[in-house]
Design a protein around this ligand. Structure first.
Ligand SMILES: [Zn+2]
Length: 397
């Protein structure tokens, strides 16, 4: 019997049809099939709630974020899984790779994980792989280099991380998933043994020319680098907002009046805190519209590298030049990195366990960060303080 750690898996449920733009298809997260760096046995974690399994590598660890914190793994629960179960769940080794700046894509041309072999530009790399790499590269470049969101690469949490590894394989019904634990990078001729990576997996059947999942997962990495909070109304809601950056579309639905009242009534906040993807309409899009009427990203700001980048079919990776609310969202992400320290102290966490990262008690702290930043831009936004309530200590497990 082996002890392995259970990770909480995020699922992407289908986007509501009334919002669904033509460019984006429903995003369903699958489990990661992480390619291991070296030989050795693959262990498998099983999520009790979902019954899903995925590989874990021996290199997963969480770098220290702040001195007050106890170093923690993103662990939900320790479970026992038999060696026989583990071997049955082993995944294909992805022997091919492609590098685009800090993006390293691993894939295979054979078996059930194979990508389509079309290679219009005759680079000997399948177009599908180049297209996935381009979307991830463009999303990180746009958010971190152009819009100055905190860059997860080399940032406070991922200080020694210098690349994003993307495993492309068959994820069943899932489109993609991003993980918040860094790991030693897989050794490739272009890299160094000391390289470290943050990772995501993308379904080999997904066409990034028609699907924004690689950018969605990239934005999760930005969030993970900035804050430990992973409550879904923030994690998924804001990421849905971020999809508008590369996609050809406006802001999408706004289902709460941008003029408020802000903060929202208690019943609205309670409703919001239970939401996932749809929190985009209830909060994030409303704030984006209120703080940024224009949302135009000028070519000079974007730069030639990004505006000229094209997929294998000749279309631009950056579909249009609009994204409302980039500045306020960047400030909120940065503020959340401060408020999670406050929550850590006040909620008496001993570590950022997976349970604590998603704990209900975080909601008020996240909301306070959002309202405090919002008020800097819209002074009429009222005060919001974290309610003083006696909370049971949540140590996580
Ligand atoms: Zn997501």
């Amino acid at each position: 019997m082996k002890i392995v750690q259970l990770y909480n898996l995020r699922w992407h449920i289908g986007r509501r049809m009334e919002y669904q733009p033509a460019f984006i298809v429903p995003c369903v997260n699958g489990f990661e099939n992480r390619t291991r760096n070296t030989g050795g046995q693959v262990t498998v974690a099983k999520n009790v709630a979902t019954g899903l399994s995925r590989e874990l590598t021996p290199m997963q660890q969480t770098p220290r974020r702040a001195p007050i914190r106890v170093i923690t793994l993103t662990v939900f629960l320790a479970v026992f899984v038999s060696a026989s179960t583990a071997s049955a769940q082993q995944k294909t080794f992805l022997k091919e790779h492609y590098v685009l700046g800090p993006i390293r894509v691993f894939y295979t041309n054979e078996g059930k994980d194979a990508v389509p072999l079309d290679d219009v530009d005759r680079t000997a790399v399948p177009d599908r792989i180049e297209d996935i790499a381009k979307q991830v590269w463009a999303a990180r470049y746009l958010f971190c280099e152009v819009l100055k969101f905190p860059d997860p690469l080399g940032g406070e949490r991922y200080r020694k991380v210098n690349c994003i590894q993307v495993s492309v394989r068959d994820l069943g019904g899932g489109n993609g998933v991003a993980y918040d634990e860094s790991q030693r990078a897989r050794l490739i001729p272009e890299g160094k043994p000391t390289d470290r990576a943050i990772v995501m997996s993308i379904n080999c059947k997904l066409n990034p020319i028609e699907n924004i999942t690689p950018a969605h997962e990239t934005f999760h990495l930005v969030q993970y680098g900035a804050t430990y909070f992973k409550n879904s109304w923030f994690l998924e809601g804001m990421t849905r907002w971020s999809e508008h950056a590369l996609a050809r579309e406006g802001l999408g639905h706004v289902k709460y009046s941008p003029t408020g009242p802000w903060p929202q009534e208690l019943q609205h906040f309670q409703q919001l805190s239970k939401m996932k993807y749809d929190a985009e309409h209830m909060l994030w899009n409303a704030i984006a519209r209120r703080t940024d009427r224009d949302g135009l990203l000028r070519d000079k700001l974007l730069g030639e590298k990004l505006t000229s980048l094209r997929y294998s079919d000749g279309t631009h990776v950056l579909r249009d030049r609009t994204l409302q609310g980039a500045e306020v969202m960047r400030e909120i992400v940065i503020e959340l990195g401060k408020l999670d320290d406050v929550a850590f102290e006040e909620l008496k966490y001993d570590r950022w366990s997976e349970v604590n990262q998603r704990a209900e008690g975080n909601n008020s702290y996240i909301y306070k960060a959002v309202m405090d930043v919002f008020r800097r831009r819209v002074p009429s936004v009222g005060a919001y303080e974290v309610p003083v309530v006696k909370r049971p200590m949540d140590h996580g497990t």
